[in-house]
Design a protein around this ligand. Structure first.
Ligand code: CAA
Length: 291
């Protein structure tokens, strides 16, 4: 089945990035959110990020204009009903995703492939509550979507090979690379990345190093583009904590227990860049470590 149109649910950081790369690769995109202001913000951010690519001569102004023209927005989920592929990129909470699928399913054409950008929730469980577990899978982008080369494709236990192949063809048309993952907690990237971030928070909690020395150590000592605490702020500390909880609950091994300091930052509402405070304070001109 050839995919021509893509519905994206959720106009946050991931949703707007997904809409951006899909439209740039020639797909008609319809972006949905319950919050109209979030939709307006998403379109503005996509425009700004496309401008950045124009100014770095990665794309032309007419590529940008064509991509923007391919994106429409809606607050009505039923408007996604005719899409060939739907990617859900809403908040990383299972009950939220479940509600979205429940309201979307009655409007979908039978052949539509339904996917989730979840970074850790069981694809098999999400699929089992839909009318199309064989046409359901994980389509997991990395942040920032326009820059990161990888997409994880996750098969649920019932996903059929036509569905997998159709999604793989989309990843290839985007010019990205797919890593195929089986459906176990947090898949591949987050299974490895999140325990490293959690360990960095333990390193801070136990006073082994301060925020700046931990980040410098990993940037200069392991050639990571961002230090682990800077990266945690970039991803969102609530998301990091949610993924650690999925690993801890799903694998039952104490090595995945979330650091109490990570929980404390989340309880404080210091969720990283998006709330302007996390391991760094972003309210001034340059980020200042909070510890
Ligand atoms: N849209 C378009 N282009 C963007 C962009 C965006 N949102 N963000 C950055 N760019 C471009 C810039 O224009 C720049 O382009 P050129 O190479 O042509 O100059 C390039 O990306 C690099 O950006 P900057 O110069 O602004 O900054 P940088 O060199 O510090 O790189 C970064 C920024 C790409 C984010 C880099 O720091 C990085 O790779 N960090 C690690 C990101 C990472 O690990 N992501 C995965 C997170 S885990 C995840 O997403 C999974 C999950 O489920 C939680």
């Amino acid at each position: 089945m050839e995919i021509r149109s893509v519905g994206v649910v959720g106009a946050g950081q991931m949703g707007n990035g997904i809409a951006h790369v899909m439209a740039l690769s020639g797909y008609d995109v319809i972006l949905n959110d319950v919050d109209g202001a979030a939709l307006d913000r998403a379109v503005e951010i996509i425009g700004r990020n496309l401008d950045r690519q124009v100014s770095r001569e990665k794309i032309t102004q007419s590529d940008k204009d064509a991509a923007m023209a391919r994106i429409s927005t809606t607050m009505e989920i039923k408007d996604l009903g005719q899409s060939d592929l739907v990617i859900e990129a809403a908040t990383e909470r299972e009950e939220v995703k479940q509600k979205i699928f429940d309201s979307l399913l009655p409007h979908l054409k039978p052949e539509t492939i339904l996917t989730s950008n979840t970074s850790s929730i069981s694809i098999t469980r999400l699929a089992s509550r839909t009318d199309r577990p064989e046409k359901f899978m994980g389509f997991h982008f990395m942040n920032p979507v326009p820059v990161m080369q990888l997409v994880e494709l996750i098969r649920g236990i019932a996903t059929d090979s036509e569905t997998y192949d159709a999604c793989l063809a989309v990843v290839e048309k985007l010019g990205k690379t797919a890593a195929s993952a089986e459906d176990f907690p947090a898949f591949i990237v987050n299974r490895i990345l999140m325990p490293m971030i959690n360990e960095a928070v333990y390193t801070l909690y136990e006073g082994v190093g301060k925020v700046s020395s931990i980040d410098e150590a990993m940037k200069l000592g392991a050639n990571h583009p961002m230090g682990p605490l800077e990266l945690a702020d970039f991803i969102g500390l609530d998301t990091c904590l949610a993924i650690m909880n999925v690993l801890h609950d799903g694998l039952g091994d104490s090595k995945y227990r979330p650091c109490p300091l990570l929980s404390k930052y989340v309880e404080a509402g210091w969720l990283g860049r998006k709330t302007k405070r996390g391991f760094y304070d972003y309210r001034g001109e340059t980020p200042v470590p909070t510890r």
